[in-house]
Design a protein around this ligand. Structure first.
Ligand SMILES: Nc1nc2c(ncn2[C@@H]2O[C@H](COP(=O)(O)OP(=O)(O)OP(=O)(O)O)[C@@H](O)[C@H]2O)c(=O)[nH]1
Ligand SMILES: [Mg+2]
Length: 312
């Protein structure tokens, strides 16, 4: 049977489990995950190879995780929503993911309208079924959704517990057209390691801090020098206020140390060498409102400024 391939975009409200699903399907961590909404800020590619099986074709799925759909109130939010729109462009299939523990509301309607306007076939994924105490609530939920849109498939699943993922992947591959390998078979993402390192640090900030701090924080990797045994990294955590900086540094630098140690261990697994990580905290007042600052964070844009040699 022929090789199937294509681009599949994951769309949904913040915290629905999009990045968890991406990681579970790729089988590796390519996107950071946290219990806080608006964790993902840019579109993230995950590449999946599907082996040929009896009665079904093999293929390659290029999966695109996107930021949670929300009403933006800053330059950062507008950029996040632009990333969602770019993720949707030219896709063969949309995976609309909803959290079954949340009531359907205006936010969900907005996501659904976005999906409908795209004109792309949609699978509805009802995620977090492991949290659903009354399983009999699932059927009326599915019926309710089916009245709203002609979904190609409606699949209940748990991204975290990896339930329902094999069936999903098979349905996805079967719905894709015959096509080429878009990426090399051993490639899992298109993100530069340097950017993923920044995300690993931001993930620790998300885990260790609360209220406004995670949202007002971003990470820029200033230096990244790899050798066979040691990778030297210097990164700056930007926040918006002196008070946030005090929290990020902590008493006698304890918080920064905690964030740095946890991030370093994660990064060592990613790069496969020992890591020397130097972290700084700087205040850039209201950076989320600054279009130029927000654009600077975009690694795809950063790459445009580099020469071919530096990109490699
Ligand atoms: N119990 C349960 N928790 C889940 C499941 N999928 C995701 N989660 C949790 O839901 C939270 C949000 O997951 P993410 O994958 O970061 O969600 P997201 O949709 O990418 O969120 P944003 O990037 O903020 O839009 C995390 O705490 C996950 O562990 C699931 O199937 N079951
Ligand atoms: Mg996410």
């Amino acid at each position: 049977m022929a090789f199937h391939s294509g681009f599949v975009c994951i769309l949904g409200r913040p915290n629905a489990g999009k990045s968890t699903l991406l990681n579970a399907l790729v089988g590796q961590k390519v996107a950071i995950v946290s219990p806080k909404p608006q964790t993902t800020r840019n579109r993230i590619l995950g590449i999946i190879q599907v082996p040929k099986e009896k009665g079904s074709s093999g293929g390659q799925v290029v999966l695109i995780d996107t930021p949670g759909v929300h009403k933006p109130d800053s330059s950062l939010g507008r950029k996040m929503m632009a990333e969602v729109r770019e993720g949707l462009e030219g896709c063969n299939l949309l995976l609309l993911i909803a959290d079954v523990t949340q009531r359907f509301g205006t936010g969900d309607q907005f996501v659904l309208d976005m999906a409908r306007r795209s004109g792309t076939p949609v699978f509805l994924l009802l995620n977090k079924i492991d949290l659903l105490k009354q399983k009999d609530r699932l059927l009326p939920m599915i019926e309710g959704y089916r009245k709203l849109h002609d979904f190609k498939e409606v699949l209940p699943l748990s991204a975290r517990k990896r339930q329902g993922l094999d069936l999903l992947l098979q349905k996805v591959i079967d719905s894709l057209p015959e096509g080429p390998h878009y990426f090399a078979e051993d490639q899992v993402t298109d993100q530069p390691m340097r950017f993923m390192v920044g995300e690993a640090i931001r993930e620790q900030v998300l885990m260790e801090t609360s209220e406004e701090v995670p949202y007002a924080t971003t990470v820029i990797v200033e230096a990244f020098e790899e050798s066979t045994k040691l990778t030297r990294i210097a990164a700056t955590i930007y926040c918006e206020r002196d008070g946030q900086k005090r929290i990020l540094v902590g008493k006698q630098g304890q918080m920064l140390k905690k964030i740095g140690t946890a991030a370093r261990m994660q990064i060592e697994r990613m790069v496969g060498t020992r890591v020397y990580l130097e972290l700084f905290v700087k205040v850039s007042p209201d950076w989320r409102e600054s279009q130029s600052f927000v654009e600077e964070l975009d690694w795809r844009r950063q790459l445009e400024h580099l020469t071919g040699w530096e990109k490699a």
